[in-house]
Design a protein. Structure first.
Length: 395
C-alpha cells in the first residue's frame, strides 16, 4: 500500500503546484485583457481622480473659511471650467492663426526635406566615386545607356502597332460628366477614427461630473471604503490609501505646478527671441519637457517648428539653448523641491512601466505610467505580504 500511495501523493502535490502557478498567470492575463479592452473607461476614471487631487487643496482652502464641502467643490469646479474655457479659446485663436500660415510652413518643410535629400544623394555619389573604380563606373554607365535605348525602341514599335482609338462625337449627344468627390486628409482622418473620437468625447463629458462628485463626497467615500475591512486590515487599508493619496498629490500637483512654471517661462523666453505663436508653443514645450527620458527633444520640437518661417540661425540656436537650460534646471533643481522624494522608483522599473502602460493605453499610458506604478508601490509597501514587491520596485 505504501508503494502505491506514494505516486498518488506525488501526483496530487504536482497538480497543486501547477494550480498555484497557473492561477496567478491566468489572473494576470485576465487583468491585462480587462485593462486593454476597457482602457477608455479606466483612462477617464484615472484622469478624473488626478484632477480631483489637483483641485482638493483649493476645496480645503474654501472650507477653512466656512464653505460647505459641496458648495466649495462646486465653486472650484466652476472656476476650473472657466479657466479651461479661456485657455481653450486662446489655443483655438493661436491654432487658427497657425492654420493661415500652414502653406508657408509646408514650403519651408519641403525645402528642408529637399536639402536633406540633396545632401544624401551627394554623399552617396562621393562614396560611390571613392569605392568604385572609374573603369567599372564607365561600363555600368554604358550598360544603362544601352538598356535605355532598347526600352525606347521597344516602346516605339508598340506605339506603331497599337494606335489609340479615335472617338467621334455624336451630334446631339450629352457628354458624360464625372463628378469627383474632393477628399481632404483631415476629413479622411476624422472619418476613419470617428468611433474613437466619439468614445473620447463621450467619456470626456463625464470628467467634470466625476471630479465634482469625488470632491464633494470625498469623506463619505473614504469611510465607506474602509468598511470593507476589519481589524488590522482596516488599519493597513487606511495607511495604503493615505500613502497613495500623498504620493499622487505630491507627484500630480508638483508636476502640474512645475509644468505651469515652465510654460510661463517658455512663453516669455520665446516672446523675447521672437518665436511665432509663443503663447501656443510655450505651454506645449513646458509640459512636454516633463515627459520622462524623451522630454528634452519633445520640448524642442514645437518652438523649432514655429521658427521655420523666420528661418534664422540665431533663433534656432537660442531655442535649443533656452529649452536645454530650462529642462536641466527644472529636473535637477526644481523637480526635487516641488515634487519631493515621495516617488521612489528605480530607472529599470520606470522604463518597463512606460513600455507596459504605453502598450496598453498608447499616449495616455505614457503620461500615467509613473503615477500608476508609484501607486502600486505604495500599496505594496503597506501590505505585509507584498513588501518584497515594493522593495523590488523601489530605488
Amino acid at each position: 500500500m505504501a508503494v502505491v500511495s506514494q505516486p498518488v501523493h506525488s501526483t496530487g502535490k504536482t497538480v497543486q503546484e501547477a494550480k498555484d502557478i497557473a492561477l496567478p498567470v491566468i489572473a494576470l492575463g485576465v487583468a491585462i485583457a480587462i485593462l486593454y479592452f476597457g482602457r477608455v473607461f479606466f483612462i477617464t476614471s484615472i484622469v478624473a481622480v488626478i484632477i480631483a487631487f489637483i483641485l482638493e487643496p483649493f476645496v480645503a482652502l474654501l472650507m477653512r473659511v466656512h464653505f460647505p464641502r459641496t458648495l466649495a467643490s462646486f465653486v472650484v469646479c466652476a472656476v476650473a471650467l472657466a479657466i479651461l474655457y479661456v485657455v481653450g479659446m486662446g489655443a483655438v485663436a493661436q491654432l487658427s492663426a497657425l492654420a493661415n500660415d500652414l502653406p508657408q510652413y509646408g514650403e519651408r518643410v519641403a525645402d528642408v526635406i529637399d536639402g536633406i535629400q540633396q545632401r544624401v544623394v551627394a554623399a552617396e555619389d562621393r562614396t560611390y566615386h571613392i569605392f568604385v573604380p572609374a573603369r567599372l563606373r564607365q561600363q555600368q554607365a554604358e550598360q544603362a545607356r544601352m538598356q535605355q535605348q532598347q526600352q525606347v525602341a521597344k516602346a516605339g514599335k508598340r506605339g506603331k502597332q497599337q494606335a489609340p482609338p479615335v472617338t467621334v462625337p455624336v451630334p446631339g449627344a450629352i457628354p458624360e460628366v464625372r463628378i469627383h468627390e474632393e477628399r481632404t486628409p483631415i476629413g479622411d482622418f476624422l472619418s476613419a477614427r470617428w468611433s474613437s473620437l466619439y468614445e473620447f468625447f463621450l467619456m470626456a463629458s463625464f470628467v467634470p461630473f466625476l471630479v465634482y462628485f469625488m470632491l464633494s463626497w470625498r469623506d463619505h467615500i473614504n469611510r465607506s471604503f474602509l468598511q470593507f475591512f476589519h481589524g488590522e486590515a482596516r488599519l493597513v487599508a487606511a495607511r495604503s490609501l493615505q500613502g497613495i493619496a500623498d504620493m499622487v498629490r505630491a507627484f500630480v500637483v508638483g508636476n502640474s505646478l512645475l509644468g505651469l512654471l515652465l510654460a510661463l517661462l517658455s512663453s516669455l523666453v520665446f516672446w523675447m527671441i521672437h518665436v511665432p505663436f509663443f503663447m501656443l508653443v510655450g505651454p506645449l514645450s513646458g509640459f512636454l519637457s516633463l515627459v520622462p527620458y524623451v522630454g528634452l527633444p519633445m520640448a524642442m520640437a514645437p518652438p523649432l517648428f514655429a521658427a521655420l518661417v523666420p528661418n534664422t540661425v540665431p533663433i534656432y540656436v537660442l531655442v535649443i539653448v533656452s529649452v536645454s537650460l530650462m529642462h536641466l534646471i527644472a529636473l535637477n533643481l526644481l523637480y526635487p523641491k516641488i515634487v519631493g522624494s515621495r516617488v521612489h522608483l528605480n530607472p529599470l522599473v520606470v522604463t518597463f512601466s512606460l513600455m507596459l502602460w504605453g502598450f496598453l493605453w498608447d499616449a495616455p499610458g505614457l503620461l500615467l505610467a509613473i503615477p500608476l506604478t508609484a501607486g502600486i508601490k505604495a500599496v505594496c509597501d503597506h501590505v505585509k505580504g507584498l513588501r518584497p514587491i515594493g522593495k523590488f520596485l523601489g530605488d
